[in-house]
Design a protein around this ligand. Structure first.
Ligand code: KG4
Ligand code: ZN
Length: 351
């Protein structure tokens, strides 16, 4: 069965073909028109998706070495995301499914990240077995969930303010880095000292009010943002420039240690032996390394999708549709699905 996946929820236009559960092609076009604005401009994002969608779908079909008439099912992100951006991919996907007279499967973007460790590239790829703790960290979400083998899940913790990706992007902007600053901080931090300055790690054992917050499973990154702003304002531009790598490494250390501590604590508290990290921030090299070390220490299995499946991609959309269909979900010839803005709509969440 050939599934065409389409993803346009933010600033990546992507299309992928998954066949028999395996990725045949995954084409991603990242939008560069936002870099001067310090964030994604929704109207520009929608227009850019419209400009790219036909050629990206054509490219992925060609790369998969199939023809459009060989596609059996189309799946697309129906939300959450920038509503206009979602609409471009969702309408295109439903229009194409209608024209080809094949079923359409709407997919929840965050769930696609959660299940991205199941993306199969080669004969050795294997997703988590049994229950697992998923730490999904993207530009819009920071979500800790306990995932069950029947694909239902409970949300254990989430951010009460900024997402982890936003913490990277916004603090990076304060350092004068272009959007998205996450990959830039990752790159700079490789040459920096993570202990150069101690930035706050809210709601953890390292927080100043840790006694009140011990065991708290939620996340908060707005204090870090304020702290970086105050720190930057107190220094001279020369000092910032000279210590850019050290400051980047210190910010990264604060974010990464919060994510690792909470993920490991959740696995231990619930007696779950498998952990996964997904979403754009899971491309971060320090997070991957720290999570690997912590899981090794605690005897936990770790599953992180390859970096090209960390950031937004359509392979995860087609893979989730495939997983759901393999668990008995029926794909319908329905082409009137409207986009949605929150995680809860159209999700498998049960707690
Ligand atoms: O999942 P994603 O591609 O889009 C959303 O669904 O939001 O995540 C994008 C986020 C951005 O905030 C970006 O800065 C962050 O992922 N990101 C990184 C890295 N690569 C992407 N953050 C830290 N280190 C990276 N290497
Ligand atoms: Zn995403």
């Amino acid at each position: 069965m050939n599934i065409l996946g389409i993803e346009t929820s933010c600033d990546e236009t992507s299309a992928a073909v998954v066949s028999g559960g395996r990725v045949l092609s995954n084409v991603v076009s990242s939008q560069h028109c936002h870099s001067g604005f310090g964030g994604v401009v929704p109207e520009l994002a929608s227009r850019e998706h419209e400009r790219m969608i036909v050629s990206i779908v054509d490219a992925t079909v060609t790369e998969a070495n199939i023809r459009k008439k060989d596609i059996d099912i189309i799946a697309a992100t129906a939300g959450p995301g920038l509503i206009g951006a979602v609409m471009v991919g969702l309408c295109f996907a439903q229009g194409l499914a209608y024209a080809l007279d094949i079923p359409f499967v709407p997919v929840n973007h965050i769930e696609a990240h959660i299940f991205s460790p199941f993306i199969v590239e080669g004969p050795d790829s294997r997703g988590p077995e049994g229950r697992f703790i998923s730490m999904t960290v993207s530009g819009g979400h920071t979500l800790l969930a306990a995932v069950h083998p029947d694909m239902t899940y409970e949300v254990i913790g989430r951010t009460i303010d900024d997402a982890a990706g936003e913490a990277f992007d916004k603090t990076g902007k304060m350092l004068g880095l272009p959007y998205p600053a996450g990959p830039e901080i990752d790159r700079l931090a490789k040459q920096g000292n993570p202990f150069f300055h101690e930035f706050p790690r809210a709601l953890t054992s390292h927080s100043q009010t840790s006694r009140n917050y011990r065991g708290n499973t939620d996340f908060s990154f707005s204090g870090l943002k304020t702290s970086v702003l105050t720190y930057v304002q107190k220094q001279t531009p020369e000092f910032i420039e000279r210590h850019l790598a050290d400051i980047a490494a210190s910010i990264q250390h604060a974010i990464v240690s919060v994510l690792v501590e909470k993920t490991i604590a959740a696995a231990k508290n619930l007696g779950i032996r498998s952990v996964s990290v997904a979403g754009g921030v899971s491309a971060n090299s320090a997070l991957r390394k720290a999570m690997q070390e912590a899981c090794m220490r605690e005897g936990l299995a770790l599953h992180i999708p390859g970096t090209r499946y960390s950031t937004d991609n359509a392979a995860m959309i087609a893979t989730l549709a495939n997983l759901k269909l393999s668990k008995g979900m029926k794909a319908e010839r329905r082409y009137d699905i409207a986009p949605f803005a929150s995680l809860e709509s159209g999700s498998n969440r049960k707690g």
